[in-house]
Design a protein around this ligand. Structure first.
Ligand code: ADP
Ligand code: MG
Length: 364
């Protein structure tokens, strides 16, 4: 169902994205590392999961954000292993059964759904998986959703994770990685492909960006979702919803979902904005733990202050003086986390919000 608010896993539940799916599936096959980038709620997890389902490769899906949320402080090796175990247990029993001998574990019971890697290193586990892949002539795809959270793996800013990826890249040809990220600059900085001091420097990777739907596509998407539910909704209503919600599938699905339950377009839009407000406030709370000033800066940009000086002025009227260096670093961080974007106009940087719904919520 198109208006199901969970990430999609089956092709028939996903609207459009033919091109993106093809790109991801080709990339999974041909590149050792694939990045899927795009702002929150644009559909990265959905495209990833459908691609893993459709591909010939054996896909192993791990949600790095969930992994991070489950721990206090650092993600440990044992936690990552546990996540990997449960991801493997989601594989088809037939594959799991034939994997068994490769792991060479004393404790491996498929019937009781038990699999314990306690005595194995992660590098060993990857080597076993690679060997299995070689014998079966299959690629093993390790997919880490919201991979920027893996910078919290171990105590060295995620270096041990990157070392693992580098090891697999150099030695385990049947293992490929897919990493998604909503915080695009952060993910790039973490992986460090362009940083000659970083572990993954110079490695080959392919990048696919998922963009929001165009206005036409957004309207078509809503229409198709309502058709699916046998509901007639006037073109005018759809346009009005898209005026407010723009082309981010996550918000459009929310709207469709509420419409189906309330049968009232006005209410559905109100609910959607209310839900949006809640999620955005949650996300801002996470940001504010790092600096209270982030929200004020975002508010300034949402209100239309789009130049460095103007945003700084707004911030200083609301929270006191700040040094240029400190302010620049906060602004840059918001851009790295994809809350805002910048472009050059007449040689000067102009800032704007990446998500029009967040912009609307912050303007209230
Ligand atoms: P992301 O991983 O980028 O944050 P998700 O894949 O979780 O985004 O998608 C956000 C929401 O939008 C989910 O409810 C998902 O079902 C829906 N969605 C995203 N893309 C599509 C699509 N192409 N067709 C239908 N629903 C989609
Ligand atoms: Mg996601």
């Amino acid at each position: 169902m198109l208006f199901d608010p969970k990430p999609k896993v089956k092709r028939e539940d996903i609207f459009d994205r033919e091109e993106e799916l093809k790109k991801v599936m080709d990339s999974i096959k041909n590149y050792p590392i694939t990045l899927i980038l795009g702002i929150r709620r644009v559909g990265k997890s959905s495209v990833l999961r459908v691609a893993l389902n459709e591909s010939d490769a054996i896909g192993i899906y791990i949600d790095a954000r969930k992994l991070y949320m489950n721990v206090s402080g650092w993600i440990t090796k044992d936690e990552l292993k546990r996540e990997l175990e449960s991801a493997l247990l989601n594989l088809k029993p037939k594959i799991l059964k034939s994997l068994q001998s490769y792991f060479n574990l004393a404790k491996f019971s498929i019937k009781g759904f038990e699999l314990s890697f306690r005595e194995k290193s992660l590098a060993d586990i990857l080597e076993n998986l690679n060997e299995f892949g070689e014998d079966r002539n299959k690629l093993i795809v390790l997919a880490f959703d919201e991979a920027q959270y893996l910078r919290f793996y171990g105590t060295k800013g995620g270096r041990e994770f990157l070392a693992l990826v580098a090891h697999a890249y150099d030695n385990l040809p049947n293992i490929h990685f897919v990493l998604t990220g909503s915080e695009i600059g952060l993910l790039h900085d973490f992986l460090g492909f362009e940083n000659y001091e970083a572990l993954l420097f110079g490695r080959i990777y392919n990048e696919i960006t998922i963009e929001p739907f165009t206005r036409e596509k957004s309207i078509e998407f809503l229409k198709k979702g309502f058709d699916e539910a046998n509901l007639k909704v006037s073109e005018w209503e759809l346009k009005k919803a898209v005026d407010v919600l723009d082309g981010i599938p996550g918000w459009l699905v929310e709207y469709g979902f509420h419409y189906l339950h309330s049968n009232d377009p006005q209410k559905a839009l109100e609910y959607t904005m209310k839900k949006a407000r809640q999620s955005i406030l949650e996300e801002l709370k996470e940001l504010e733990r790092r600096s209270k000033r982030y929200t004020l800066i975002l508010k300034a940009v949402a209100l239309g202050f789009n130049r460095w000086e103007k945003i700084k002025e707004y911030l200083e009227t609301h929270s006191g003086r700040i040094t240029n260096a400190r302010f620049s670093s906060l602004l840059k961080n918001l851009e790295r986390m994809s809350w805002i974007k910048s472009e050059l106009k007449d040689g000067k940087k102009v800032y704007s919000m990446t998500d029009p719904v967040i912009e609307r919520v912050l303007r209230e």
